[in-house]
Design a binder for this molecule. Sequence first.
Ligand SMILES: Cc1ncc(COP(=O)(O)O)c(C=O)c1O
Length: 447
Amino acid sequence: MKSKSPVKLSANMREDSNFSQSDLDFDQNHIWHPYTSLTNPLPTYPVVSASEVRLKLENGQELIDGMSSWWTAIHGYNVPELNQAAKDQLEKMSHVMFGGITHQPAISLAKKLVEITPKGLNNVFFSDSGSVSVEVAMKMAVQYQHSLGHSGKTKFMTFKNGYHGDTTSPMSVCDPEKGMHHLFTDFLPKHHFFEAPKNGFDEEPDEAELSQLAIFFEQNAKESAAFILEPIVQGAGGMRMYAPKYLSAVKGLCEKHNLLLIADEIATGFGRTGKLFACEHANVSPDIMCVGKALTGGYLSLAATLCSDRVSKTICEGEAGVFMHGPTFMANPLSCAIANKNIELLLSSNWQEKIEQIESQLKQELEPAQQFPSVKEVRVLGAIGVIETAEEVNVPAAQKFFVDAEVWIRPFRNLIYIMPPYVIQPEDLSKVTKAMVDYCHSIANGS
Ligand SMILES: Cc1ncc(COP(=O)(O)O)c(C=O)c1O
């Protein structure tokens, strides 16, 4: 069945447009957008360009971006330095296979990642997306245990409410009930889930909960390869922030039970939580760490899985003698060149100060939403602001409300959340937070 409600362009939109109505009809009827239906698609907004923190729509309207294109565009859009890095690299080579070949962009980037990530993560595996970097991390953990002669250790331990991506292995460690993947339950391998940390970032962990966590390890560590978690902030599984002591507790228990700790920093990495990597809040070095999203400043898809010498040596001294993975676009030079410039830009900026300012502005400006009965909780950490509503948000209606207010926010389930580019100016951020609070007010009034 085809969609009955294609986006309609007004006459003046069509005149200076590079989309035709038939393009938009085709989009609605034949192109999947993330987590949507092709028979009853949600509206999509045609974007023609983006610059600094603004997305420009087909009709000329400009929206202040609250999403950083899903955690990626930390410096905003159309960044001259990143454009130049891309042009320079394009003239040398866009891509070359990584099997039997190496290149400077990959070497420089790997050196940088080793330098800036927590101590001990000395080895880098490049891949093309966050989900694949998690696949790689999980395979590393299993191969590590296999190399030690523990071939039965193939399960993973993790927190409920987690999100690690949409490919098969990451899906298997996403929240099994409330996550987006529960309908695949019978298809996926079964792993061990512990209740998500109850207490927020500024609170002490609950002692009874930590005792239960220790029992959970006693029960399940024997058959498990690793504990995988999103450090400090659980993203798409609920946008929840938890106390650093939970992370230290998991690290301590992993050491006690000879289990690897995998930190998925795909969303939290590169400053988003106020530290360069969220693991730093607890001063924890994981055995394996995944980074992606903001790695290229939102320009191209690239991810990396880093691991300790212990992990790499054990794998390479094991039965296979090699690590069994090698994507076609591994260490794509164009992506690596942009990532190098992106990290240089970040480290040479006053990013910590900027995130602190964003954090205090978010706290101050989102707090008023707490008064509405439609709001369950307001949470802020670093450059992340979340309003959890009491009921599920009507996404098309909310999105229209936000576009009318000239901001770009994409809610999901009962979460209206933002993670703006770090370069956002206070006046622009105020427009975004005002739209969030106004929306909560409007649903509290039943409109
Ligand atoms: C914590 C976390 N891990 C993994 C992923 C998957 O990354 P990608 O969408 O690049 O495959 C995401 C994406 O939202 C994420 O937030």
